[in-house]
Design a protein around this ligand. Structure first.
Ligand code: ATP
Ligand code: MG
Length: 403
């Protein structure tokens, strides 16, 4: 026998409880974002490479080493999407919606990054996310964040999670901040990691996001963005903090939150848990006012977040329960009975086994609570928990099982 085929490194199957957890996260996010008025968009999982290379930043980890990029058979450079925002902004333009604002978008689906696989880090992973395109007032940022917080609460994991917020300021603040950062990091130029030496040349802000141990120590003493804000940027940031208070979202300020991608300004935030070790960020985002313009569109500001479904699913305490099935046994009348139950909203499965003993074994494996054993002339309902058995009329079954 040939060696059995294996999944590609960094990918995995979602089956059984894993699949149930995953679905529960998406369903919960879909329900809550709908309450806030977001509508779901589905964009392709691959795009023209430029959609990402032009937007995520030349020195970002994603562009320098993580993209799944290949030439297709026609010779076009294609990239499997590593994140959701760039594709949504591309779709906003393609569909002529840049003048129909605000647009409030929810998405869910697989993303692809060539990373070193480990717990909570895969090459195909999954994200939910929202984008709010158009408004450029702190209320928009606060509402997007509050919506994320409400999803974490509904999933029952908010208690282990803390919102970290920061501001990157506007263009003027960034320029001021950039020059003091360069001055500060230049003092440590020989001690920085090789990656950060390059960042110092190309994009010093990115050093704040470094995961290198040595860099982290130097970053600890770095000047903080909010000490270099222009007046307008400071007013925006104060507004955000006030509005978060009105929404009742607890947070701490953390000046080292800069986010991995280049397109952010003003608000940057992460929801961080202590329960997952180094893979502690479960939901992250920020404001990206220049992104659509950078992609060749008009000036459309935006704010959004993305969250790793895989990590959220791991944090769920209880696996989501699916209602126990009723197993219908009895070749002749099984279809009639199962159809009747399903029409009345009761989950019913027909046993395919050809004898009672095996059918009951199957019922046991799927944790069924009841079995309906149908003879041509009568129906017996068996309680699989205590083994008791009673006769019943067909019409009485749905009422019994809905209790
Ligand atoms: P990290 O710092 O963990 O690499 P990131 O900054 O690259 O995260 P984002 O681009 O902000 O992550 O993506 C948002 C969320 O998607 C992350 O907070 C995380 O929950 C999830 N995520 C990112 N990369 C992966 C991955 N390879 N596997 C699983 N989840 C991921
Ligand atoms: Mg990453």
């Amino acid at each position: 026998m040939a060696n059995a085929l294996q999944p590609v490194r960094g990918t995995r199957d979602l089956i059984g409880e894993d699949a149930a957890r995953h679905t529960h996260v998406v369903d919960t996010a879909r329900r809550i974002t709908a309450l806030y008025g977001f509508s779901e968009w589905q964009t392709p999982i691959f795009e023209d490479t430029k959609v990402f290379s032009r937007t995520l930043g030349e020195t970002s980890d994603v562009v320098t080493k993580e993209m799944y990029t290949f030439d297709d058979r026609g010779g076009d450079s294609i990239t499997l999407r590593p994140e959701g925002t760039a594709g949504i902004c591309r779709a906003l333009m393609t569909n002529g919606l840049t003048q129909t604002l605000p647009q409030k978008v929810f998405y869910a689906g697989p993303m692809f990054r060539y990373e070193r696989p480990q717990k909570g880090r895969y090459r195909q992973f999954h994200q939910i996310g929202v984008e709010l395109l158009g408004p450029t007032i702190p209320l928009a940022d606060a509402e997007v964040i509050a919506c994320g917080w409400e999803i974490l609460q509904a999933l029952g994991i908010a208690k282990d999670v803390m919102l970290n917020v920061n501001t990157l300021g506007d263009a003027e603040s960034r320029q001021n901040y950039r020059s003091v950062l360069v001055e500060y990091f230049s003092g440590f130029a020989t001690s920085l990691s090789e990656d950060s030496k390059i960042r110092l040349e190309k994009n010093p802000l990115r050093i704040l996001d470094s995961k290198d141990e040595g860099d982290r120590k130097i970053v600890g003493g770095a000047p903080r963005a909010f000490d270099y804000l222009s007046e307008a940027a400071a007013t925006f940031y104060d507004g955000l903090k006030r509005q978060l208070g009105y929404f009742g979202v607890p947070f701490i300020e953390n000046s080292s939150i800069v986010r991995g991608l280049d397109y952010y300004n003003h608000t940057a935030f992460e929801f961080v848990t202590t329960a997952l070790g180094a893979q502690g960020t479960v939901m992250a985002g920020g404001r990206y006012d220049g992104l659509v313009e950078q992609m060749g569109g008009p000036n459309v500001p935006g704010i959004g977040w993305g969250a790793g479904i895989d990590r959220l699913a791991m944090l769920l305490e209880q696996p989501p329960l699916s209602p126990p099935a009723i197993i219908v046994i009895g070749a002749e009348r099984a279809i009639e009975i199962a159809s009747y139950l399903r029409q009345h909203g009761v989950k019913a499965e027909i046993a395919f086994q050809n004898n009672l003993k095996n059918a009951l074994k199957f019922a046991n494996r799927v944790n069924a609570k009841w079995a309906v054993i149908a003879d041509p002339d009568r129906l017996q309902v068996k309680n699989l928990e205590d083994g008791s058995q009673t006769e019943s009329a067909l019409e009485a079954l749905p009422g019994r099982f809905k209790e």
